[in-house]
Design a binder for this molecule. Structure first.
Ligand SMILES: Cc1cc2nc3c(=O)[nH]c(=O)nc-3n(C[C@H](O)[C@H](O)[C@H](O)COP(=O)(O)OP(=O)(O)OC[C@H]3O[C@@H](n4cnc5c(N)ncnc54)[C@H](O)[C@@H]3O)c2cc1C
Length: 399
């Protein structure tokens, strides 16, 4: 299993319960999942399906049917939960990183800290992966997260290797690649940790340019002040994006944040002691990804996918707080339906290139919040474009 976020750990846990020998490889675990919230909504399947063809109806139905598995998983790891205004969260002061740590310390799999930079491809699938060590296996589960490391501004950072680009150019099937979710409020101020601001904090801020002038339309500014902005997300993110293209943008604290200290996302308010801090919109979540069936099977032999790396559950937008449940449910489904087509034949090494900062800038500017299809070479054909970027990685220039 490559990746030790919620999806990688869940699949590893249930695969080992099925009697398989499992090795989980990750560099450090970039997984953030700050509050580990699980959104509980009666009509969540219906909501997801509203987004039409980007969803796989079978996956949506399985998500709803197996939702109780989320709580079984929590129980297995003695994670007590409570209800909150953002769904079910672990009880007490128990942040996402500690939850992952608890799971890691209890699962019956070998965990290794390594960064994969080479994959062994045999024409049909993978036979091995390599970092400091070489790992061979009968099957590979890709729990490698989304496309965040392709973008200049991202709310999370994965290892700098073009894992997805390499797999894509080798012929692994992807779906809905240009569909990504962006977040307007990444803190980029050097005095503060890189974190997201959300919820009630937003009602206490004003958004200004470097001259101190408010740049939002009255409609969006009002919606943010009254914490009623979710239905305007699309418009809101564009306003932030366009302002950020003109110069640095800031959040100004207009009402003290002190009383928010003990609430969800409270840790960041403790650190915001200045009147004004710099923010930037950023890539947040991949809606598209590796095409897998509900049991993680891909068009490559012996290669499975789970979690944000995969596709089919979120439609044109992501319903906040569903990533934990998705990882747990589909990790278990993968393990319970796991079967091997054949033992992989030895493959040839294929190096994953490091993603250069000019690519990240190109993606941000051209395949970011406003996709400028006409400017993508090859008439907007993303596959050819990605193949080219991957092949010419070191020499590629924007022009
Ligand atoms: C700040 C923030 C807060 C969030 N909060 C929430 C929340 O509260 N609730 C919610 O539902 N969703 C939340 N999300 C979204 C959620 O975190 C992700 O969708 C989810 O963690 C994805 O899980 P995953 O297991 O699929 O992948 P990830 O957690 O991204 O794990 C992928 C792993 O693969 C590893 N990997 C990748 N490439 C390599 C390589 N070459 N070698 C070795 N290892 C590699 C990475 O190091 C990483 O640890 C949040 C996202 C962010 C950025």
């Amino acid at each position: 299993v490559v990746g030790s976020g919620v999806a990688g750990l869940s699949s590893a846990h249930y695969l080992s319960k099925q009697g398989h020998d499992v090795v989980v490889i990750d560099n450090v675990s970039a997984s953030l999942l700050s509050p580990w919230n699980v959104m509980v909504k009666e009509n969540i399947g219906e909501l997801m399906l509203k987004a039409g063809k980007l969803n796989d109806p079978t996956k949506v139905a399985l998500y709803e049917k197996h939702f109780p598995w989320v709580f079984e998983f929590f129980q297995e790891f003695d994670i007590e939960t409570r209800s909150s205004n953002i769904g079910i969260v672990p009880k007490g002061d128990f942040p996402g990183r500690e939850v992952l740590q608890r799971i890691k310390s209890r699962i019956n799999a070998t965990l290794v800290q390594d960064t994969i930079h080479t994959i062994y491809f045999n024409g049909k699938g993978l036979s091995g992966v390599e970092g400091k060590e070489h790992y061979e296996g009968d099957a590979f589960v890709l729990a490698i997260g989304g496309l965040g490391n392709l973008y200049q501004y991202s709310t999370y950072k994965l290892p700098p290797y073009a894992f997805h680009a390499a797999l894509f150019s080798l012929g692994l099937e992807y779906d809905f690649l240009p569909f990504n979710m962006f977040h307007p409020f990444l803190i980029v101020d050097e005095r503060l940790p890189r974190a997201l601001i959300s919820g009630e904090i937003l009602t206490r801020l004003r958004f200004v340019d470097k001259e101190g002038k408010e740049f939002l339309s009255p409609e969006i500014a009002h919606a943010l002040r009254t914490n009623n902005h979710h239905h305007l997300f699309h418009k809101m993110i564009k306003e932030f994006y366009r302002a950020s293209q003109q110069g640095p943008i800031y959040a100004e604290v207009v009402q003290p944040l002190d009383d928010l200290k003990e609430k969800e996302f409270g840790w960041i308010v403790k650190k915001i002691t200045m009147e004004k801090f710099q923010i930037h919109p950023a890539f947040h979540y991949s809606l598209g990804g590796i095409k897998g069936d509900p049991y993680g099977r891909t068009n490559f032999n012996n290669v499975f996918v789970v979690g944000e790396a995969s596709t089919g559950l979120h439609g044109i937008n992501r319903i906040g707080g569903t990533a934990v449940a998705e990882g747990i449910i589909f990790g278990r489904l993968l393990a319970e339906h796991f079967s091997l087509k054949e033992r992989p034949a030895p493959g040839r090494p294929h190096k994953l290139e490091k993603i250069q900062s000019h690519h990240q800038q190109f993606f941000w500017e051209n395949l970011g919040i406003e996709i400028k299809e006409k400017e993508i070479p090859f008439g907007g054909d993303l596959r050819r474009f990605a193949e080219e970027i991957y092949r010419e990685n070191r020499h590629y220039r924007r022009e």
